[in-house]
Design a protein around this ligand. Structure first.
Ligand code: PXP
Length: 260
């Protein structure tokens, strides 16, 4: 399995202060030196984390392939075409969203996506489409000329989290959180089945298959059981865990420096 480590969140922290700390290139080196097979970054239209210069630097210094996520936006596509990452992953993007909330709508935006793929192919950049795990989306992705699909695992991850939470949701305003466990279990099985069916179908069509969004140390084993998935892109859970695997050392080191 190829592990794509998404280091956007290191830039989120840096942008909170607008200083070069933490340095995104350090994150790149640590990921490269510790088992990542690919670096994944998202150049958002609002530049809330990764900046254009980061993309340039990361592509220049990475010893691993760089998978650059981007929206089907004219300006962004021009930048991506000129920066030449190893692959571009087209994702939906809304300025108001916290993160990428669903797969790319390959039906409503088919002309824009086809054009984007052609533009990227002209720059010799292979293209993956971040899509919901449905047979129809696989067929359309193939028809539009993508080499790869990344299956959106957000729905699976959300149900997994609800099912494994020890919190009581019985009075929660979100209706789904009030569902009984047997219902959540059957939804979890259905979401996994959707991912597996879509992955098998995509592979049959000759598409490479990745998956990502919301994957973490608890739920990732489910993806490992689906043989057709050959790549996972994971960000939030890795960076979140690194805070706690590193915080003790960081406090100890500062305590030493501030002890007379
Ligand atoms: N794959 C794609 C296409 C994404 O947009 C994201 C989020 O930026 C990820 C994977 C990583 O998701 P997470 O941060 O939830 O692991």
């Amino acid at each position: 399995m190829t592990l794509g480590v998404n280091i956007d969140h290191v830039a989120v922290l840096r942008e909170a202060r607008r200083v070069n700390d933490p340095d995104i290139l350090n994150a790149l080196y640590v990921a490269c030196a510790n088992g990542a097979d690919q670096i994944t970054i998202h150049l958002r239209e609002d530049r809330r984390h990764i900046q254009d210069i980061d993309v340039k630097d990361i592509i220049r210094h990475s010893t691993l392939p760089v998978n650059l996520e981007c929206a089907i936006d004219k300006d962004i596509l021009n930048i991506v075409s000129s920066l030449k990452p190893h692959r571009a992953t087209l994702v939906p993007e809304k300025r108001e969203e916290v993160t990428t909330e669903g797969g790319l709508d390959v039906f409503t935006y088919e002309d824009e996506i086809r054009y984007a793929i052609e533009q990227l192919h002209d720059s010799i950049i292979p293209v993956s489409l971040f899509v919901d795990p449905t047979i129809e989306a696989m067929d359309k992705s193939k028809e539009l000329g993508a080499e790869m699909v990344e299956l959106h695992t957000g729905s699976f991850a959300n149900i997994f989290a609800m099912l494994n939470s020890s919190l009581s949701y019985s009075n929660h305003s979100i209706k789904e959180l009030q569902l009984p466990r047997y219902e959540l279990q059957s939804r979890l099985e259905k979401s996994l089945e959707d991912i597996e069916i879509a992955a098998k179908h995509a592979k049959k069509l000759g598409l490479e298959v990745a998956a990502g969004h919301g994957l973490n140390y608890h739920n990732v084993s489910h993806m490992m059981n689906i043989q057709e998935i050959t790549e996972l892109n994971i960000g939030q859970s890795i960076i979140a865990r690194s805070v706690f695997s590193g915080l003790a050392e960081a406090v100890k080191e500062m305590k030493k420096l501030t002890t007379r």
